[in-house]
Design a protein around this ligand. Structure first.
Ligand code: BES
Ligand code: ZN
Ligand code: ZN
Length: 469
């Protein structure tokens, strides 16, 4: 637990002072720090016990470096028995206030729900400011909402599949909607059947848990734009009959990350009172095996009438998303942006690494805009371009399209092409597919991301939506 305060009083009692440095020159403790081999490198920190100081290095003053510095400061503080530290917000640090706060909250996060002996340490950070207190209060409030939203996504994603299935996801979505005072609609399998969403319905057929379609809407009176967010909510992906090997199945509780990201994002946008209409739609489904499981060789009909030949039941995310994308476009008119988020392909992780989101779509300008929105808030994203030849690899001999490519290569992009088949003509240039398979789940802690779910996508999207205001 971390509490962050703004204080005016320099003399307030604190256990320690945290000092951020990007040069050792002019530092009163230069000699001591050099003796400790302290270097100006991101993630470096040093505790000087006698003088009750924590020094934290930063290489640049961009979001990424400063958020990492905020996280390093908190980790160092937590490694001591001290509970409360102050940070004097000098003119050099002022513009990094939000990144320091977000880095501190995100870096402090721990998922302890299933640890019987874990002790929750409570720490407090006092940022000392001398002027413009209202401005910093506003920034603090906003930074807290955004970081809390990310941590909510992390909590959901980290929850084991026995305790988090489609109905649980729907219940949490309802709670989030009530908290943010926004509308919520939950539909079950009867609705999916009636509305011809047979592709999504088939994926969940062997599960003992009923699939759920979740739709949250935030409709402020003064809305300037309309944004639709669609998330893959596979509460577990065993692979289905095309079963995953044992070691690939581990972490597949995180296959709901896209869905969790869109729920957290809409919560944040509503809490921030932004004048943008936002919809969050999640296909919450469990992909299991059983006598009534959908099979390789099956042909499914999606909501838009297109037929899909199933060649691999582990390429299930796209089968859920295609119906959710059709639902979104049928239900919501005059969309300005339609973005989907999914841990869609292992190929994306192989292609761009585990830190980076693959950004796909038909509109190059929009792709670069969202990549920029990601970078501004320290999320890594890169555009992956479509092409006519990869598009052709989805051809099927028996149906309109196949759910996997006939090529071993380019799996992230062919999955994107598959989804493009379900984007209506009027929305082609408004659509972005985010493949978050890499960054959604952290197997080795990096930056301000501890082991486990990262909440990938939330901050990028909030930043993109903020930029429209
Ligand atoms: N959920 C997985 C993708 C994934 C893999 C996410 C690793 C995170 C880490 C997805 O449903 C899947 O299994 N995709 C297959 C597609 C293939 C059968 C074409 C994959 O990536 O192997
Ligand atoms: Zn799968
Ligand atoms: Zn999956």
């Amino acid at each position: 637990m971390i509490k962050i305060n703004l204080v005016k009083d320099l003399n307030k009692k604190n256990d320690l002072e945290i000092i951020f440095l990007n040069s050792l020159e002019k530092c009163a403790d230069k000699k001591l720090l050099e003796e400790l081999n302290f270097e100006i490198k991101d993630e470096a920190s040093a505790l000087l016990l006698e003088s009750k100081k924590i020094y934290v290095a930063y290489e640049k003053d961009d979001f990424d470096s400063m958020a990492i510095a905020g996280a390093s400061a908190v980790k160092k503080l937590k490694s001591t028995k001290f509970k409360r530290a102050k940070i004097v917000l000098n003119s050099k640090l002022e513009k990094s206030f939000s990144s320091l706060v977000q880095g501190a909250i995100l870096g402090e996060y721990e998922f302890l729900k299933y640890k019987t002996k874990a002790k929750k340490t409570k720490i407090e950070l006092d940022f000392v400011v001398s002027k413009n207190i209202e401005k910093f209060e506003k920034e603090l409030k906003e930074a807290k909402i955004i970081a809390d939203a990310v941590n909510k996504a992390r909590d959901m994603v980290n929850t084991p599949p026995a305790d988090f299935y489609p109905k649980t996801m729907a219940k949490i979505a309802k709670d989030l909607a009530n908290d943010a005072k926004i509308q919520v609609k939950i539909e079950g399998e009867k609705y999916l059947d009636k509305n011809k969403m047979k592709s999504m319905l088939s994926v969940g057929r062997a599960s003992v848990h009923e699939s759920k379609l979740i739709h949250l809407s935030y409709k402020p009176k003064n809305a300037k734009k309309k944004v639709v967010l669609v998330g893959k909510g596979l509460t577990y992906d065993s692979g289905g009959l095309s079963l995953k090997p044992a070691n690939f199945m581990v972490t597949m509780k995180a296959d709901k990350s896209g869905g969790c990201a869109v729920l957290s994002t809409i919560w944040a946008i509503a809490k921030l009172n932004l004048p943008i209409e936002v919809h969050a739609i999640v296909g919450a489904v469990e992909n299991m095996i059983g006598g009534n499981a959908y099979k390789p060789d099956d042909v499914l009909t999606a909501k838009n009438g297109k037929t899909i030949e199933v060649k691999n039941t582990d390429a299930e995310g796209r089968l859920v998303l295609c119906d959710c994308l059709c639902y979104a476009q049928d239900e919501i008119k005059d969309i300005d942006y339609i973005f989907n988020y999914a841990t869609l392909t292992g190929a994306c992780v192989v292609g761009v690494g585990e830190f980076t989101t693959g950004v796909m779509g038909n509109n190059d300008k929009l792709k670069s805009q969202v990549v920029k929105s990601a970078k501004e808030v320290g999320e890594y994203a890169t555009a992956l371009d479509f092409n006519r030849y990869l598009k052709q690899t989805l051809k099927s001999q028996v149906a309109d399209i196949c759910n996997i490519s006939n090529s071993r290569y380019g799996g992230a992009i062919t999955a994107g092409h598959f989804l493009d088949n379900f984007i209506y003509e009027e929305n082609k240039n408004k659509w972005i597919h985010f493949d978050i398979a890499g960054p959604a789940f952290v197997e080795q802690a990096w930056g301000y991301n501890p082991f486990g779910a990262s909440g990938a996508g939330v901050r990028t999207t909030v930043n993109f939506i903020k930029s429209m205001v």
